[in-house]
Ligand binder design. Structure first.
Ligand SMILES: C[S@@+](CC[C@H](N)C(=O)[O-])C[C@H]1O[C@@H](n2cnc3c(N)ncnc32)[C@H](O)[C@@H]1O
Length: 169
């Protein structure tokens, strides 16, 4: 039974990787810590993780900032249910939407976190420019936006992966 579930899980992840052109990867813990330290959450109400994967990042945010409404959007059904399971053990729950984030309006976002691949970033940039209200903070992991200058860059010592780009709209 466990083997069958693992095989289904792996096949679902391969299927969604091909379909969405983005694999389900988690940011590493050091990056998560940096993100949390680099953002001023004061007065911010809604945090979105576009492609929340297994929920590791957004769960950390929800636990640290209980007053923040955290919304994870994830289309990969296997990752979505992993995140929902993780939520059972959390005191401060995350709201998960099993949706294509291109179909979700982001006009109420105060902070948006993005860890996606270059193939989807162009389309996403147009959406952010159209929908985000002025003052929304966007944190991009590894693959920066092309149409906007970051306000701050938090670099890793080696390599471009896990470098954080902080934007303000
Ligand atoms: C690299 S993972 C990042 C996971 C998490 N945000 C983190 O930083 O740990 C990207 C996730 O985005 C999801 N994804 C990609 N395109 C999507 C879309 N259009 N709608 C919803 N989820 C999407 C993928 O399934 C994948 O789980």
């Amino acid at each position: 039974m466990l083997v069958a579930c693992s095989i289904v899980f792996v096949y679902l992840n391969i299927f969604y990787f091909i379909y969405l052109k983005v694999p389900t990867l988690s940011a590493n813990n050091k990056v998560i810590e940096k993100i949390l330290r680099s953002i001023d959450f004061k007065g911010r109400k809604k945090f979105y993780d576009l492609g929340s994967g297994n929920g590791k990042l957004i769960s950390g945010v929800a636990s640290l900032y209980p007053d923040l409404e955290c919304i994870g959007i994830e289309y990969n059904i296997a990752a979505y249910y992993c995140a929902k399971t993780r939520n059972i053990f959390l005191k401060n729950k995350v709201s998960y939407l099993r949706e294509n984030f291109f179909k979700v309006n982001l006009d109420d976002a105060d902070i948006v976190y993005i860890y996606l691949f270059p193939g989807v970033m162009n389309r996403l940039e147009a959406k952010l420019a159209n929908e985000l209200k002025s003052g929304t903070v966007v944190v991009v992991n590894s693959f920066p936006l092309k149409s906007k200058e970051p306000k701050k860059i938090i670099r890793r010592k080696f390599g471009a992966l896990d470098t954080l780009y902080i934007y303000e709209y």
